[in-house]
Design a protein around this ligand. Structure first.
Ligand code: BG6
Ligand code: MG
Length: 212
């Protein structure tokens, strides 16, 4: 692809299947609160910050909780989520993802992470990727999460590459919107191969080695 020097990856749902753990943790919390929660609501949470996700889940019930109670609920969800994370090891990095990352590195691309998650560092360390990426921009360093482009702009500036020379790999609608807002090109990963918003859609990460 023309003039692309850097590839910025979303983390949850792209590099690893932690999107499943997010779902299970939110589901456990929603069940305790008696609020309906399913995969369809969950898909709206991809790429969105923890507190914004909680607001989406609470929906009309939001006004029934004080700010302090909401912080406690988000903390509870994070505790449940982290209990899943704690069991993760380098063996949880799929062969496909490992091979794709190493191939792209060998081909000379700069590789970065752009994630809304405040747990990014822990996840990368547990997967054995703590020192792998050329830049890591995450939820601890930004004030606005996706669909705002802040995290991707931070990643590209850490790499010293301008947005037109970088491409974003995303599984979330909010992430593709963030890429567009930052004037990045984007590749959407969708198992059905159908993502009307991204510039290119792929079915699985290893398809990147056919593009770059
Ligand atoms: C994103 C996930 O990567 O990180 C969202 O797609 C999640 O589902 C967000 O809410 C924040 O994650 P964390 O780990 O800071 O709660
Ligand atoms: Mg994602």
């Amino acid at each position: 692809m023309n003039n692309i020097y850097a590839i910025i990856f979303d983390l949850d749902g792209v590099i690893c299947s932690t999107d499943r753990y997010h779902y299970l943790a939110w589901k456990a919390l929603a069940d305790r609160l008696g609020i309906p929660f399913d995969e369809q609501v969950n898909s709206q949470l991809r790429g969105v910050s923890r507190m914004e996700s909680l607001e989406i889940i609470l929906g009309n019930h939001s006004g029934e909780y004080s700010e302090q109670e909401k912080l406690a609920l988000a903390e509870k969800k994070n505790e449940i989520y982290r209990s899943y994370l704690s069991a993760m090891t380098p063996g949880d990095l799929s062969k496909e993802v490992r091979m794709t990352l190493h191939t792209l590195r060998q081909r000379g691309y700069l590789l970065a992470i752009g994630s809304s998650s405040k747990n990014t560092r822990q996840i990368l360390n547990q997967l054995g990727l703590g020192d792998f990426f050329d830049a890591v921009a995450d939820g601890t360093q930004i004030t606005k999460s996706k669909p705002d482009p802040e995290v991707f702009l931070l990643a590209s500036s850490m790499l010293g590459v301008s947005p037109e020379n970088a491409i974003v790999i995303e599984d979330a609608e909010s992430g593709v919107q963030a890429a567009k807002a930052g004037r990045f090109r984007s590749i959407g990963i969708r198992s059905d191969g159908n993502d009307p918003m991204s510039d290119i859609t792929i079915k699985k990460l290893s398809n990147l080695t056919e593009i770059f």
